[in-house]
Write a protein that binds this ligand. Sequence first.
Ligand code: FES
Length: 69
Amino acid sequence: NLLDVILENNVEVEGFGACEGTLACSTCHLVFSQDQFNKIPEKPTDEELDMLDLAFGLEDTSRLGCQVT
Ligand code: FES
């Protein structure tokens, strides 16, 4: 999934994916372009939205990277 891609590509995000996809952190916060955002099939759950609220630099096209594939 996307998280694996990012981890493999060694994106420089300090502590990215700290909770390993269990929606207990917001270190995997990603801001997508509107175009990319529209293509994400999974809609955010309430849990994801709650966690996104805590993320730094929240945008309309923000998602948690561990929740999108
Ligand atoms: Fe923690 Fe995504 S890795 S919420």
